[in-house]
Design a protein around this ligand. Sequence first.
Ligand code: MN
Length: 358
Amino acid sequence: MSSRLAMLGELLPDDADGALIISNENRRYFTDFVSSLGHLLVTRKESYLFVDSRYSEAAQKQAKNCKVIPCKRLSDEMTEIIRQNQLKNILLEGSAFTLNDCAWMEKIFEKAGANAVRTNALDRLINQMRIIKTADEAEKMRRAQMITEKALTETLQLVREGVTEREIALELEFKMRKMGADGVSFDLIVLAGAKTSMPHGVPGDNRVKNGDFLLFDIGATVDGYHSDMTRTYAFGNVTAEQKRAYETVRKAQLYGLEAVTDGVSCDYVDNAARSYIYQAGYEGYFGHSTGHGVGLAIHEEPSVSPNSDVILHSGMVITVEPGIYLPGRFGVRIEDMVLVTRNGCMNLASLSKELTIL
Ligand SMILES: [Mn+2]
């Protein structure tokens, strides 16, 4: 099997002879090497990973399918390699380059006789590769999801009246790391009571009390791959109105999941969940997309939104996460991460979605 770098080299458009990758995720995706800095120059024949002295030994041992170039001064080594390969047009990773990086790279390229191509062409090629997960990638995500569920199940046993959102979030993160996660997928979202109406609220000193909804939007990473899950629980006695909103989201989420299969478009899946919520009288209280792709990034292609006509294919991993948010009162969201298959999807999450009273 040819390497991802060889595949990218082959996919380069006719009017480009090189591509420069600088994001941590894409550098890792193509070389398996984890670092916080490094320039990966891809050509049709060969790829070069430029690193400074902090990474040169590790990169030479671990980076795959590329030549590691230890750098004293990046501009010198990069100029040399561009000249050797007689590169003329080099695509930049548009989503990763800042204006400053771009100006600096253009200067280096100019000295070496090459042009920087500032389009989204490279990002589109890479996304097209990353959007389909291999079995190995999906397995890492499944492991991350299992850790998330186990940590949540154990943490729920510790929830008592009066504990703060921050204490619960910290306990969860500690457990995930102890269970073998590299880290958390994002700053864990643990919200109680009225704060649950803010889809991306930040855990604070708010204390759990009777009648609260408790919302957990959480995930772990394994080998850089993310998991993403949301569950909403009742603490003590919740009202009939809270139960109605919960049941509406639960059914909408099931309709969303049922819509997922190879060959349907993302807006179709979004609509399957969204229209149920709107018809139940909650139009205006579900603002965000129904879901998103997950992988080395917590949010990646495809977007499962009303504006996305991307067609789902087996091997994609997406979330289905509708919600209802009543400002100042409460919110509900339920989210699973699923692997699209030829005739439906495989749910990577297995925790119950029945309304559970803690
Ligand atoms: Mn999500």
